[in-house]
Design a protein. Structure first.
Length: 234
């Protein structure tokens, strides 16, 4: 009888410990470069690193993020802007990246991806929306590099609202990306790979650009996926 009571007590203690551990793991923040909370809470971070080399003249860019069950919200604030340079003829998915843009590269998962989503917004409130196929993971010469465009982003649930504050040399772009395009609804607890960039140019400097980013690709090329940072939804 004493042996049975002892065994039952052992099981109860072990079960309690397992439950406490599970609760601790569930409540702990996932280790990542950035932890993104559920809206209306937000997280923000800055970048001003030149790519591929450190460039002290790279203007600061701030990213603010949060998520809902089915949306990823990304706000860019581009500081120290002097040109607000874009092609007014550009429409959705045109080559806005040749001028001034802010960019997010997004992948659901923790691998160095071959396929990922590229999102861009220009000071003219025009966006570029495409899944990138980059099997070399570096956009290597002679290797395939292809795009699958999101042709109707607004109809698909994307949102963009870009505001220029020329007096204070700032432009802000408020963006919403539907998580369904990644099969990524209810992302809490998951870790994704992302990178963020900004291109800077002027009528005098164009087509040359200053390249700035969050995680340095160490080449004049944003499409090096091993450089992507980690983003946890908490």
């Amino acid at each position: 009888m004493l042996q049975l009571v002892s065994s039952v007590a052992t099981v109860i203690v072990a079960t309690s410990l397992l439950s406490m551990c599970a609760q601790g793991v569930q409540g702990a923040q996932v280790k990542a470069d950035v932890n993104v909370p559920k809206c209306p809470s937000t997280t923000s971070f800055m970048y001003d690193s030149g790519i591929p080399k450190n460039d002290p003249s790279c203007p600061k860019t701030e990213v603010t993020m949060c998520y809902t069950q089915n949306k990823l919200k990304i706000d860019f604030t581009a500081y120290d802007e002097t040109n607000f340079y874009f092609d007014p003829k550009h429409k959705t998915n045109d080559d806005i990246w040749a001028y001034e843009v802010v960019e997010a590269f997004i992948y659901k998962g923790t691998d160095d991806p071959q396929t990922y989503f590229e999102y861009e917004a220009s000071p003219n409130n025009v966006t570029f929306n495409a899944f990138i196929y980059n099997p070399s993971r570096t956009r290597a010469s002679g290797s395939p590099f292809d795009h699958a465009y999101v042709e109707d982003p607004i109809g698909d649930g994307f949102e963009v609202n870009t505001v220029l504050d020329k007096k204070n040399k700032v432009w802000k772009s408020h963006n919403v990306i539907p998580l369904g395009i990644f099969n990524g609804e209810s992302p809490k607890g998951s870790v994704w790979r992302m990178n963020f960039f900004r291109t800077v140019t002027s009528p005098k400097k164009y087509p040359d650009q200053q390249l700035c980013g969050w995680k340095n690709t160490k080449a004049a090329n944003f499409h090096i996926t091993k450089a992507f940072g980690t983003v946890a939804f908490v």
